[in-house]
Design a protein around this ligand. Sequence first.
Ligand code: ATP
Length: 251
Amino acid sequence: MIPKDHPRYDSLMAREKITEGVEKGITGIMGLIAQGRGEAFDYLIGEKTTQSALQAEKTAAAMLLLAEKPVISVNGNVAALVPSGIIELGRIVDAPLEVNIFYRTEERAEKITQHLHSHGAARIYTKRDAGIPGINHERGKVDSGGIFCADVVLVPLEDGDRCKALVDMGKTVITIDLNPLSRTAQTATLTIVDNITRAIPAISGFALELKNKKQDELHAIIREFDNKKNLAESIDGITAHLRHLTQQSPK
Ligand code: ATP
């Protein structure tokens, strides 16, 4: 049991959820490596949601609310870390979930689906009857009624190739990735550089706030957002945080 006042409480809880996910067969073993890489970047960011991330999260909420057919992609890490959060976001923005895993086995996909249902998920796309053009292997398969025909997809912790292929299909691709330098972060339409455990509740909060606004206001939020500039601010934020740390450290 991790005491709540432990200085690394959030990070240790996330580790516990991911290892539990592996034990339950929900998270793939490679998911541990992804989590470790994410943690390293979270350290560099200062383990907090930055102003630039908040701006991206607000824009993501506007994009999801304006979408005609939004879909939220769920992999093994997402299912282990934020099952209830992702279901709640889906409910707020009226976006079904789709289980979409990199190292796919039918057994693991089924376990993720069951896990999401046990947390209250209503609509989950599970078919694999369509292919993402340019991704010629198993991981290119998606549901013809889900990601394949979605106009806006939220693909947190995604792989770079698939992210690019979804953008090439003309979709609005929103990602959450702690590494602002990853191929996914660099190719998505909208990149949220934040921990998924903080980003999902933040997007949900903004979506609730924006839900009753006029469409024009939502379009204006999207128009004013510049992903390249926001990514550059995320990288600058890391540099500033490191400079702050070096100035604080004893001489
Ligand atoms: P790419 O293919 O996009 O260049 P990659 O090979 O590093 O990147 P993966 O290992 O497939 O990508 O994906 C994991 C990504 O998710 C990493 O960039 C990692 O920083 C990020 N990540 C891991 N855990 C979290 C988390 N809890 N919240 C947000 N991002 C995370």
